[in-house]
Design a protein around this ligand. Sequence first.
Ligand SMILES: [Zn+2]
Length: 166
Amino acid sequence: MSELEVSTCVCGVRLPVGSGPEHAYVPASPACWEAFGLLQTDEYERFGYSSAHGLIVDSYMASHPGSPDRRNRQSIVLHVVGLCAALEFNFGFQERVRLLRSLAHVDYPAWDWQGPPEDGSTVLDLMFPADEKDLLARANSWAASVWAAWSPHAQQARELVLSLKP
Ligand SMILES: [Zn+2]
């Protein structure tokens, strides 16, 4: 009897080992990265860029830390700050884009997370939503779990949002 070989991603996703490409600095397993691609394709085809898009990207990126590449460090801070801005400051699409742009050129130290989220939520919980409202509800729930896993850096994230709030 042969067993399917399973890979566990840094975000907690467990899937049969994928053969797809790896990202240059997002340390996701190929199977997890492929799932994220499928989710985004489905989202775009059905809803365009949905109201959940920012939350989905921020949650995915923020749950894949740990690459030694500097771009991963930068990306983690930006997307954790993006989650903070959305969940605690109600930032909309334009405000979020402006915030991330203004933070993109600073060199940040690595932030340690204690994740994956305690409730075990991952990108797989967002697959095949019934409609856009369902996608947004699931994205909010996932975002809250990822944000909670970053609680050791929550105050730093808040300060970065506040430093740029107009
Ligand atoms: Zn993953």
